[in-house]
Ligand binder design. Structure first.
Ligand code: ACM
Length: 268
């Protein structure tokens, strides 16, 4: 299976521009699955609830999802991409999974970061895995990385590959995702953005780039620089993620002591 990540600068509020950019770049990409950054059609640093509401869209019939689905149909590829979702009065920081046949599913970000708590409802549906045929795929979004339970939940649900649309501002994630790969023996694909947003007199947000794909042994298969834009692709062998042996005597799932983890937490 050939997967890719697209790292770029999305312009705040300019959905038409961002979608045109995505379309133009993806026209030249050959991959089975491409991961795009978090909130990749709207930008990140909102300054009011009204702004969030106005820029968010219903899924799957909103413009961003429809245009991304058209790319999937034309290119016979899958896309995992961060989109700002509106559902009634509520907005969600969401990732959509789309394929050649259309809409597949959504993940609504569970662990909201900082001001996201002012704008979005946290997701309540948990982590889900979809069987795309060549691979079982799950999604988490950006700050979910700091809760190991996110990647663990996806791995326990059978994910071979974790798609990770991001707008990272803290420096630790690329290294942490190596650990997420090793401790779950999964592939991860983090698609981050680059550039800076400083809106409404707020402190600037500097997005850190360094998008990457990691394998179940913790190798970085590909990585971007911190200011680089473009698409990078790599072939992954999902059978590596289905082998949970660590040594001849250790298996990642068999050796878990779930009953003790709970006990430890409750002890004074
Ligand atoms: C983040 O979760 N976008 C930092």
């Amino acid at each position: 299976m050939k997967i890719g990540i697209f790292q770029f600068f999305s312009k705040f509020g300019e959905k038409e521009y961002n979608l045109n950019r995505i379309e133009n770049v993806l026209t030249h990409v050959d991959a089975d699955l491409l991961v795009l950054p978090e909130l990749c059609t709207t930008g990140y640093q909102f300054i009011s609830r009204k702004e969030v509401h106005d820029l968010s869209e219903s899924i799957p019939d909103g413009e961003s999802t429809r245009r991304l689905m058209a790319i999937c149909r034309r290119k016979k590829m899958h896309i995992a991409a961060g989109v700002s979702e509106r559902n009634g009065d509520d907005c969600y920081n969401t990732s959509v999974l789309l394929g050649p046949e259309g809409y597949i599913g959504t993940y609504r970000k569970i662990h909201l970061f900082d001001e996201e708590k002012l704008w979005f409802q946290p997701g309540t549906e948990g982590f889900q895995v979809w069987d795309l045929g060549p691979a079982k795929v799950g999604m988490m979004i950006c700050f979910d990385w700091i809760f190991p339970e996110s990647a663990r939940s996806l791995a326990l649900a059978g994910a071979d590959l974790i798609c990770h649309p991001s707008n990272l501002v803290l420096p630790f994630c690329p290294d942490a995702m190596i650990t997420r790969s090793v401790e779950n023996r999964v592939f991860t694909a983090t698609a981050n953005r680059i550039g800076c947003e400083a809106r409404g007199g707020k402190s600037p947000l500097n997005f850190t780039g360094l998008s990457q794909v990691t394998d179940p042994s913790g190798n970085r298969m590909i990585q971007f620089g911190s200011e680089e834009e473009g698409v990078k692709t790599v072939r992954i062998d999902v059978t590596l993620a289905r082998n949970k042996h660590i040594t001849s005597r250790n298996d990642l799932w068999e050796d878990r002591r779930e009953e003790l983890y709970q006990e430890t937490r409750n002890k004074k």
